[in-house]
Write a protein that binds this ligand. Structure first.
Ligand SMILES: NC(=O)c1ccc[n+]([C@@H]2O[C@H](COP(=O)([O-])OP(=O)(O)OC[C@H]3O[C@@H](n4cnc5c(N)ncnc54)[C@H](OP(=O)(O)O)[C@@H]3O)[C@@H](O)[C@H]2O)c1
Length: 321
């Protein structure tokens, strides 16, 4: 079981925001009933896990679900990356140390590693489950075909099965709907989706033809490169047109965005980011909101061609980064 809203610390902890703001966001999340926290070994060059570990210190471990990931480089060495047995074992030990915990609840392959035999990765994951260092295993941004291959190997070899996928999913980015979601429904995986607010774009705070507001991700050196592709005027114009829909429902734009991903029954949790505790308190109110068919249709009409649906947009690097 996870909370419907999770809190994630990519870009923010150990980088964009100071430690006291990071801790305040985590406290706000806990106060609002968030129990699921997502991070990764690679975030802020491993500092994000350290910040989260400190922020959660003293919280009853049984009341938390802590997720982390492995794949992207954590050092300059040729083995400090990917999904080899060597890197998985070394990386999980580093994550446990930084998070100050004996186990993580969900350990996720952050991308598909084309250079490691899938059997090796899945056996290493299974070993971590046997050792009690991770309780469940999942993946992030894998294609339906990659997930299906992993499930087949797990079934043939008697390994623990993948329980989840962590894809990008929002009103603007729906590439999992055609293939990943149908396979996951059939096989019993849940989606723990990231960037449900499109990194802040779906709040409507970025205005077409104008510079981004100061203190936002688009002005942050570590975040601006990731959000820039979402800042096209055509996208921003259409997002502004969602404002009356949110207002009619008595929702903020962020709440409408998060509620939208939660309407998909295969979505187990929406991982939101936040740089301030007020954002956490705003975003969590999306939990439990129902959007009827007519609202969903209106959203589709407003966004029209800027919605991305091509399943081929789910891609892992062609070689290890
Ligand atoms: N598996 C992967 O490859 C992957 C990739 C990306 C993310 N993730 C996970 O998903 C988590 C969430 O991703 P994300 O941060 O991109 O999600 P997001 O929730 O779409 O965007 C979060 C950002 O939007 C802005 N924001 C959020 N709520 C707001 C509000 N109510 N009002 C105004 N601005 C608001 C804040 O940035 P500013 O205040 O700076 O504008 C915040 O940091 C990450 O922390 C990570 O755990 C995973």
């Amino acid at each position: 079981m996870v909370s419907e809203i999770s809190y994630g610390n990519w870009i923010t902890h150990g980088s964009q925001v100071e430690e006291d703001a990071a801790v305040e966001c985590v406290r706000a999340a806990l106060d609002e009933g968030v129990t699921t926290f997502d991070t990764a070994d690679v975030y802020a060059g491993t500092r994000a896990e350290e910040v989260l570990g400190r922020a959660l210190k003293g919280v009853r471990r049984e009341s938390l679900e802590i997720f982390t990931k492995v794949y992207w480089p954590t050092g300059s060495g040729k083995n400090d990356r990917g999904l080899s047995r060597k890197h998985i074992v070394e990386s999980v030990n580093g994550s446990l140390r930084r998070l100050q915990t004996d186990y993580v609840d969900l350990y996720q392959a952050h991308r598909f590693d084309v250079e490691t035999p899938l059997e090796e990765t899945l056996r290493a994951f299974d070993d971590l489950v046997r050792q009690g260092k991770v309780l469940y295993v999942g993946v992030s941004e894998w294609t339906a075909d990659q997930i299906a291959r992993a499930l087949k190997i797990a079934d043939d070899m008697g390994f623990d099965r993948l329980v989840s996928n962590q894809p990008q999913y929002s009103m603007l980015w729906r590439v999992i709907e055609a293939e990943v979601v149908p396979l996951s429904e059939k096989e019993g995986l849940g989606q723990v989706v990231f960037s449900p607010i499109a990194q802040g774009v779906l709040t409507g705070k970025y205005l077409p033809g104008q510079p981004p507001p100061s203190g936002s991700r688009a002005t942050d050196p570590s975040g601006s490169g990731f959000i820039s592709r979402l800042l096209e005027d055509e996208v921003l114009r259409r997002v502004q047109d969602l404002k009356p829909i949110a207002a009619d429902l008595g929702l903020t734009m962020a709440q409408l965005a998060v509620a939208w991903v939660l309407q998909n029954p295969n979505v187990s949790s929406a991982i939101v980011g936040a740089t301030r505790p007020e954002q956490v308190r705003d975003n969590v109110k999306a939990s439990g909101v129902r959007l009827d068919e007519e609202i969903l249709r209106k959203i589709d009409d407003v966004l029209g061609p800027v919605v991305e649906r091509d399943p081929a947009k789910t891609v892992s690097p062609a070689q290890r980064p």
